[in-house]
Design a protein around this ligand. Structure first.
Ligand SMILES: NC(=O)c1ccc[n+]([C@@H]2O[C@H](COP(=O)([O-])OP(=O)(O)OC[C@H]3O[C@@H](n4cnc5c(N)ncnc54)[C@H](O)[C@@H]3O)[C@@H](O)[C@H]2O)c1
Length: 418
C-alpha cells in the first residue's frame, strides 16, 4: 500500500486504555490497547504517522519507557514512535487543539480521555475534517450526541463509537439469535469492577462521571443494538447504592454512587401490545480477588426463547500459588506473542474494533465508501448509538432529580428527554 493511503492517527488520552500507564505507574490491568493496536496496524501497513496528546507532557518520558519495556521489547518489529503533545516540560488541558491542528482533513483522531471531555474534543476534530473514533460513553448528554451526528454529516467524516463488545463473537452471534426470538420481553445485565478501581478512578469518580456511564454503557449499547429498529426505550428510572466509595479507604466525593441500576421500559415498534423491561446494573464496589477484572453477564428473554451469557468466565482459568485463580479473556486482547515473536492479537475484539475504524477511514479517504454507508451496515456509528446515550443521560437525570425520565422521538432523527 502506498504511503499516501496509510492513515495518520492522533491518540487523544495517554492513560490506561491507550498506554497502560496511569499517573501512579503501570496499571494493574496494563491494557495499552489503543497504542499497541495502532503500532501493529502500522507494522501491517495501514497506519503511518502517530501522535499522542494528554494534558501533562511530563508523563511522556515514563510512558515511552513503559511502551519500550512492555511493547518494543516484547514484540518483534514494532515501531513505538509517536509525536507527543504537549512537550515534555509543558502542561496544557487544551493541547488537543494544538495536536489536532498539526493533522489534516482525512486523518483520524481516537479519543480515550475522561468521559466529560469526549464531546469537546470530538467536535473540534470533526469541525476540522478529521475522522473520529470516540470511546464510550460517546457523550454524557443526549444533546451533545445529536450535535456530533449533525456535525459529522455536515463535514462528511466518520464518527464511530468504540463499542468493542459489538465485535465479541459471542455477543455478535447472540445478537443475531436474539433477533430470531420474536418480540422482546426482558433483559438483565450486570457489569462490575473491583473496589480497587476507585483508587485508579479517584480523579474523576463521582465528580465528572459515574459507574453507569463508565460500565453500563457497554451492555446498554448491546441491548440497543439487539433491539435496533424493533423496539424503542420510553422511560428510565434509576436507583443507586451508596456508602462504600465515600468511606475509608476510598473517600470519594460525597456524590459518588457505588452501584447504579437503570430500569428501562421498552416499546415494540411493530406491536403496540408488546412491551419489554430492561435492567442495567453496574458497580465499582465489587469484591477484590474475585479472579476477574470485569464481571460481565446478561440475560435476554424474547417471545420464543432466551439467551444467557457469562462473558467473564469462558471456560479458561489459571491458578497460581501466590495469586490464586484468575479468568483470562484472550478473545478481547491476546498479549502472548506469535511463534515468530510478533504481536498475535489481531483477532481480539479490542483490536478489531480499532482496525474496523482504520479500514473505514481508509476507504472513505480512497473514495470507495461514504461515511453514511457505515450507518447502513449497523456499525457503532454516532448515528446508530444515539439511544445508548439517551438511556444513560436519562439515568443520570433520574438519579439527580429523583424521578422517572421519558424518552420521546422528536422528528425524523431527533430524540428528547422529558
Ligand atoms: N481503561 C479501560 O479499560 C477503558 C476501556 C474502554 C474505554 N475506556 C474509556 O476511555 C476513556 C479514558 O479511560 P482511561 O482508562 O484510559 O483513563 P485514564 O484516566 O487512565 O486516562 C485518561 C487520559 O486522558 C487524558 N486527558 C484528560 N483530559 C484531556 C484533555 N482535555 N485532552 C487530552 N487528554 C486529556 C489524561 O491526561 C489521561 O492521559 C474513558 O472515557 C473510559 O470510559 C476505558
Amino acid at each position: 500500500m502506498a504511503m499516501a493511503n496509510k492513515l495518520n492517527v492522533l491518540m487523544c488520552g495517554t492513560g490506561e486504555y491507550t498506554t497502560g500507564w496511569t499517573g501512579s505507574g503501570a496499571s494493574k490491568s496494563d491494557k495499552k490497547v489503543v497504542a499497541l493496536t495502532l503500532f501493529d496496524l502500522r507494522r501491517l501497513g495501514k497506519v503511518n504517522k502517530l501522535g499522542m496528546v494528554g494534558v501533562n507532557g511530563s508523563k511522556f518520558p515514563a510512558i515511552r519507557s513503559h511502551l519500550h519495556q512492555n511493547i518494543a521489547q516484547v514484540y518483534k518489529d514494532l515501531d513505538i514512535s509517536f509525536d507527543g503533545f504537549p512537550g515534555d516540560t509543558e502542561a496544557d488541558p487544551e493541547a488537543y487543539k494544538v495536536a489536532i491542528d498539526k493533522f489534516k482533513p482525512g486523518d483520524a483522531v481516537v479519543i480515550f480521555t475522561p468521559d466529560n471531555t469526549h464531546y469537546v474534543i470530538a467536535r473540534y476534530a470533526i469541525e476540522r475534517g478529521l475522522h473520529v473514533l470516540v470511546t464510550k460513553p460517546a457523550t454524557q448528554l443526549l444533546s451533545h450526541h445529536l450535535d456530533l451526528i449533525r456535525l459529522s454529516r455536515e463535514h462528511n467524516v466518520l464518527c464511530f463509537v468504540e463499542h468493542h463488545k459489538r465485535y465479541d463473537p459471542v455477543y455478535s452471534d447472540a445478537r443475531v439469535r436474539a433477533r430470531t426470538l420474536g418480540e422482546f420481553n426482558f433483559f438483565n445485565a450486570w457489569m462490575s469492577q473491583p473496589k480497587s478501581q476507585l483508587e485508579t478512578f479517584r480523579a474523576w469518580a463521582g465528580k465528572d462521571s459515574d459507574i453507569s456511564y463508565y460500565l453500563s454503557s457497554h451492555h446498554i449499547d448491546i441491548c440497543c443494538w439487539i433491539l435496533q429498529d424493533r423496539a424503542i426505550p420510553t422511560r428510565v428510572v434509576a436507583s443507586a447504592a451508596t456508602g462504600i466509595a465515600t468511606s475509608e479507604p476510598y473517600n470519594c466525593v460525597p456524590e459518588t454512587e457505588d452501584t447504579i441500576t437503570l430500569l428501562v421500559d421498552w416499546q415494540s415498534v411493530t406491536s403496540p401490545k408488546h412491551k419489554g423491561t430492561a435492567v442495567y446494573t453496574a458497580s465499582w464496589t465489587a469484591p477484590l480477588r474475585s479472579g476477574v477484572h470485569s464481571a460481565q453477564n446478561w440475560y435476554y428473554m424474547g417471545e420464543k426463547g432466551d439467551i444467557n451469557i457469562d462473558q467473564a468466565h469462558r471456560g479458561y482459568d489459571v491458578t497460581v500459588d501466590d495469586t490464586g485463580k484468575a479468568w483470562y479473556n484472550p478473545f478481547y486482547m491476546k498479549y502472548s506473542p506469535s511463534e515468530s515473536g510478533h504481536f498475535d492479537g489481531q483477532r481480539g475484539y479490542g483490536y478489531i474494533s480499532i482496525e474496523k475504524f482504520v479500514d473505514a477511514a481508509g476507504s472513505v479517504n480512497a473514495g470507495t465508501a461514504q461515511p453514511s454507508d457505515f450507518d447502513a451496515r449497523g456499525l457503532p456509528t454516532i448515528a446508530n448509538t444515539v439511544l445508548t446515550t439517551a438511556i444513560l443521560n436519562a439515568g443520570r437525570i433520574s438519579l439527580d432529580e429523583k424521578r422517572a425520565v421519558g424518552i420521546t422521538k422528536d422528528g425524523e432523527s431527533g430524540w428528547i428527554l422529558q
